[in-house]
Design a protein around this ligand. Structure first.
Ligand code: SAM
Length: 517
């Protein structure tokens, strides 16, 4: 076997950012599940399998106190991430072109880590590679250290296994692998193969292919290994590395789950082993993907320790989201019957608060800490509220990184998130919005520039669109070349102020009012 150990490296991976890997976010998740977090004053961090590196770049830029390491065996990935890191000047990020086995065997000198994270890794590598990862965790995670791991889950993915096999069969037929793979699956589904009628989730995946990034699809389906796991099996492997399940990195799945029906709750509550109970919940949600947090030594927070930690949790309302009494939480719909949800919503719209201030707010007098945690968790799960652990960090590195990402997007590279010191991580931003931001970036008064320099901004965005090859689409129709200037002008006039406000709110830029002081 060559250096890829069965991993498909024919196409470089997409440039996604994964917020669940943020130390500030992971700490918030732990506290909101009453588990003691690590200090983020000074810490060491390692990402395994970084793809194009956007997550580690953004995390290093938004956590100047952290000492970041990231590893990927694909030299193309290392080159891409190194070039952004060097241009943005991020001294706290070390990029390693090594495979997990080399690291696990101690072939590279490394510190002990507080955080080790991996997104999109363990379901796509061989058993041998997964064993190397477990060995790495055993060897390099500090006591009290935190591991974030995401993976495909058997309950929701069992139907997809035959589709994956079919795609690999199609890919072998020569020519472009993904074109042939998807063509075979589509043809079989159109020929009314009974398999797809009886397994509708599999058919839905085929129907979604056209709308997805081919680089993602190749990595998702054309791996030698594509393996969904049962939660209890992963928890057992982790326990061999002295790791205990600490909870979810998804606010929708924190306990007690809001979406269980009464009958489901009664059934799950009757299971005494917490690992088996968690696996049962995967059946209730037909869960296809898990985002788990494990810790090396799980210390629970008493009420008084929770109150102390609550001083470090910052929450604020997202201005673009309106309050709804009936909300969707991943697969389920939850009705918010009591008034407290709306009181919290109103409170967080007014200003950023710490969780400790919410605990003490007169609006919630008489509610237990757990009842308040439940309100806040649901509000975060539905996207009304954002959360960060720890005071906002110095922003210079984040600003440098954002300037580099924006200028590269103008030259046709795809980096679909920007660094947000306020979030302690990144936020997704589409290419068109990034081009608008890039055109405004160097302006001393961006709001005034929207009108004063409108024609210059439009010309720059038009040039960038041509350079990136991006086709401007509005209401699902492609805008003809001769209308691009007018349409971009309308977009800037309609949305420019909102985009500037959003960028200042998340800290992509220093607010010009603050900067001017
Ligand atoms: C599915 S991608 C996920 C990338 C990134 N975490 C993300 O979510 O954007 C898996 C990554 O792991 C890397 N990888 C796979 N097997 C590896 C190994 N044995 N050692 C080091 N890197 C590996 C691949 O090159 C690829 O970049």
């Amino acid at each position: 076997m060559n250096w890829t150990a069965g991993y498909n490296s024919s196409i470089a991976y997409t440039t996604s950012y994964c917020h669940e890997q943020s130390p500030s976010f992971l700490n918030a998740c732990l506290v909101m599940q009453r588990v003691s977090p690590l200090s983020v004053d000074k810490f060491s961090y390692c990402e395994l399998g970084f793809g194009q590196g956007l997550t580690s770049l953004i995390l290093a830029a938004t956590h100047p106190n952290g000492d970041f390491y990231a590893c990927d065996f694909n030299p193309l990935h290392v080159l891409a991430a190194e070039s952004v890191r060097n241009e943005a000047g991020l001294p706290n990020l070390t990029l390693l072109e090594n495979d997990f086995g080399e690291l696990a065997q101690g072939m590279v000198e490394l510190p002990q880590f507080d955080y080790i994270t991996m997104h999109g890794i363990i379901s796509w590598v061989t058993d041998e590679t997964r064993a190397q990862i477990m060995q790495f965790l055993r060897r390099y995670l500090k006591p009290g250290g935190v591991v974030q791991v995401s993976y495909n889950v058997m309950t929701g993915c069992a139907q997809i296994l035959p589709l994956q096999r079919l795609l690999k069969m199609g890919a072998k037929q020569g020519g472009d692998a993904w074109t042939n793979a998807s063509a075979l699956a589509k043809k079989l589904a159109s020929a009314d193969a009974l398999h797809f009628r009886r397994n509708p989730d599999s058919l839905t995946r085929i129907n979604d292919f056209n709308a997805m990034d081919e680089r993602y699809l190749v990595h998702e389906y054309l791996q030698e290994t594509w393996r969904p796991f049962y939660f209890a099996d992963i928890a057992r492997e982790m326990s061999e590395a002295k790791l205990t399940f600490a909870g979810s990195a998804s606010f929708s799945h924190m306990l007690p789950a809001e979406w269980l029906t009464d009958a489901q709750r009664e059934l799950v509550d009757g299971i005494h082993d917490p690992i088996e109970a968690e696996e049962l919940r995967d059946y209730c949600a037909n869960r296809a993907f898990r985002r788990d947090i494990f810790v090396r030594g799980k210390a629970l927070l008493s009420d008084s320790r929770l109150r102390e930690q609550a001083e470090h949790i910052y929450v604020w309302g997202n201005m673009s989201v309106a309050y709804k009494p009936v909300v969707e939480v991943e697969h389920a719909v939850v009705t918010r019957g009591d008034e407290f949800h709306q009181l919290l919503f109103a409170l967080l719209r007014r200003s950023e608060m710490t969780l400790a201030q919410i605990f003490n707010a007169p609006e919630f007098a008489g509610l237990s800490l757990d009842a308040i945690l439940k309100l806040v968790r649901l509000s975060i799960a539905v996207g009304e509220t954002s959360v960060r652990y720890g005071a906002a960090q110095p922003r210079e590195m984040a600003e440098r990184l954002n300037a580099v990402l924006l200028s590269r997007v103008e030259r046709g590279e795809v980096w679909n998130a920007l660094a947000s010191p306020r979030l302690g991580g990144g936020a997704g931003v589409g290419t068109l919005d990034q081009l608008l931001l890039a055109s405004l970036h160097e302006k001393t008064d961006r709001t005034k520039a929207l009108t004063r320099d409108a024609s210059e901004l439009v010309a720059r965005i038009k040039r960038s669109l041509a350079a990136t090859g991006l086709r401007l689409r509005i209401a699902n129709a492609q805008v003809p070349d001769e209308q691009i200037e007018t349409r971009v002008g309308h977009i800037l006039a309609d949305s420019g102020k909102k985009l500037i406000a959003h960028s200042e709110e998340l800290g992509f830029w220093i607010s010009q009012k603050t900067a001017g002081r």
